[in-house]
Design a protein around this ligand. Structure first.
Ligand SMILES: Cc1ncc(COP(=O)(O)O)c(C=O)c1O
Length: 400
C-alpha cells in the first residue's frame, strides 16, 4: 500500500494502546468498572444550550462561515476581556480570533500551513512538551519537520525547560507547542516563563502555540494567557507577533461534543492560516455557533465546574496524599501519579480494582536517549461524580 511515508511511524493512538495493554485482563466481577482513562467531562453542558440549538434549527441548511459568526467572535472577545483583561483596544475579534470545530483540528492543521521545507538551510523542528496532548506529535510528523520532545518532569516543574532550546535548535525551530495548564501534569506557566518563551519566539522567528484549553479549570489561581503577557510586554495592546493561543468549550463548559473552540493571536498568522483554512477546515454548524456564543458569554457555570473538580481533588488528596508523589495540580482535571511503572500499574488497577487509567508512557515518547518521561506515571481523569472518584481512589490505594 502506498501511504505518506512521513506517517508510517505514527504510533498507535493512546487509547488503542491501552486497549491492547489490557487485552485479556478481566476486572473483578464483583466490582463495577470505573473508567478514568479519558479526559472527557461527565457533567452536562449548561441546560440552556438545548433551547438555543433548537431556536436555530432553521440554520442547519446553511454552510457555516469557517471563521465563526461575527456574534461568536465578538462573544469570544468578550470572554478574553473578562477572563484575561484584554480590552477593546487589545483584541479585535475580526483580526485576532478564528473559531474552530474543536481545537484539535486547528492544532493539527497549523504546522501543515506554517512549517517551511527548510529553516536557515536545515530541516525545521517542531518542539513540544513530553508528555503531550497527542495531536501536537501527529501534526509535527505530518508537516515533515523533525519532532523534538522536551521532557516535562517533576525536575523541570512539569513544563519544558526552555534552556534545552540551544542555538542549533532555535535556528531550526518552526513551532514550539506549550500547554498551560498542562495535560497531563496540570502545571501552569507563569508570567516570567511565558515572557521568556515569547521573547525567544520573536528573536528566532518561530511560532509559539500555547494550548490553553484548560484555562478555566483551575484550583485557586486563574492561569495567565500568553496573550495577556504579550499585552503587558507591549503596552500598546495589539502586538501578538509570533504567538497563538488555543481555547475550547470542551473542558471550560463540559462541551466536548459541541466541537467548538477558537484560536487567537498574531494578526499575520491569523490572516494567512485563515486563508488556508477557508479551503479545508471544518466549521462550526450555525446552531452550535449560536450556542457557543452564549456559552462564552456566561461565566457562572464555570464556577460550578471548578467547584466540581476541586471537590474531586479534595477527595483524591484525602485518600492518596503522601503516596505516588501525589500533588494537587494548579489546573486541569488530571491526577498524575508516580507509581514506578505506569503500564504495570494500569494492568494491576484494571485486573484487581476494575479501574481504567492511562499509563503515562502512552502520552509521551522516548527522547533521543531512549528515556520516556511518562513511563513511571499514570494519568487519572477526575471527571466522574464524587462517590465514584472516592471509590476509585480507595481501590487504587488498596491494590497499588
Ligand atoms: C491539552 C488539550 N488540548 C486540546 C484538546 C482538544 O480539545 P477539543 O478538540 O475538544 O477542543 C484536548 C482534549 O483533550 C486537550 O487535552
Amino acid at each position: 500500500m502506498n501511504i505518506n511515508p512521513r506517517l508510517t511511524t505514527l504510533p498507535d493512538f493512546p487509547f488503542d494502546k491501552l486497549k491492547t495493554l489490557l487485552e485479556g485482563i478481566t476486572p473483578p466481577e464483583e466490582l463495577d468498572p470505573i473508567a478514568l482513562s479519558v479526559g472527557e467531562p461527565q457533567q452536562p453542558v449548561p441546560h440552556w444550550v438545548r433551547d438555543i440549538v433548537s431556536d436555530n434549527f432553521h440554520t442547519w441548511n446553511k454552510y457555516p462561515p469557517f471563521p465563526g459568526s461575527v456574534d461568536l467572535r465578538q462573544a469570544i472577545a468578550g470572554w478574553l476581556g473578562r477572563r484575561f483583561g484584554l480590552g477593546h483596544g487589545d483584541i479585535d475579534p475580526m483580526v485576532h480570533i478564528l473559531a474552530c470545530a474543536g481545537t484539535r483540528e486547528a492544532l493539527y492543521l497549523l504546522p501543515t500551513w506554517l512549517v517551511p521545507d527548510q529553516k536557515n538551510g536545515k530541516r525545521p523542528i517542531v518542539a513540544m512538551p513530553n508528555p503531550f496532548y497527542h495531536v501536537y506529535g501527529t501534526a509535527a510528523l505530518a508537516s515533515g519537520a523533525e519532532s523534538l520532545y522536551l521532557s516535562a518532569t517533576k525536575e523541570t516543574g512539569y513544563l519544558p525547560d526552555l534552556d534545552e532550546l540551544d542555538a542549533e535548535i532555535l535556528s531550526r525551530l518552526s513551532i514550539l507547542f506549550l500547554c498551560s495548564p498542562a495535560n497531563p501534569q496540570g502545571a501552569v506557566a507563569d508570567h516570567t516563563y511565558l515572557e521568556r518563551a515569547i521573547n525567544l519566539a520573536r528573536k528566532y522567528d518561530f511560532t509559539l502555540c500555547v494550548d490553553e484549553c484548560y484555562a478555566d479549570v483551575y484550583d485557586t489561581t486563574p492561569p495567565l494567557s500568553a496573550l495577556q503577557v504579550c499585552r503587558d510586554m507591549d503596552g500598546s495592546g495589539t502586538d501578538y507577533t509570533n504567538v497563538l493561543v488555543f481555547h475550547s468549550l470542551s473542558k471550560r463548559s463540559n462541551g466536548a461534543g459541541l466541537r467548538s473552540g477558537f484560536f487567537a493571536g498574531d494578526a499575520a498568522i491569523m490572516q494567512g492560516y485563515g486563508r488556508f483554512r477557508s479551503y479545508i477546515s471544518a466549521s462550526i454548524p450555525l446552531p452550535i455557533d449560536a450556542a457557543s456564543a452564549a456559552v462564552w458569554s456566561e461565566d457562572s457555570h464555570t464556577d460550578d465546574i471548578r467547584a466540581f473538580y476541586r471537590n474531586n481533588f479534595d477527595i483524591a488528596e484525602r485518600i492518596i496524599d503522601g503516596r505516588f508523589d501525589f500533588y494537587r495540580p494548579d489546573g486541569g482535571f488530571f491526577l498524575w501519579l508516580n507509581t514506578g511503572n505506569g503500564e504495570q500499574a494500569a494492568q494491576t488497577l484494571w485486573r484487581d480494582a476494575g479501574v481504567r487509567v492511562l499509563p503515562g508512557a502512552h502520552s509521551a515518547r522516548e527522547d533521543k536517549n531512549g528515556f520516556n518521561p511518562g513511563a513511571s506515571h499514570i494519568r487519572l481523569a477526575l471527571v466522574n461524580d464524587a462517590p465514584v472518584i472516592s471509590e476509585a481512589c480507595e481501590r487504587l490505594v488498596k491494590v497499588l
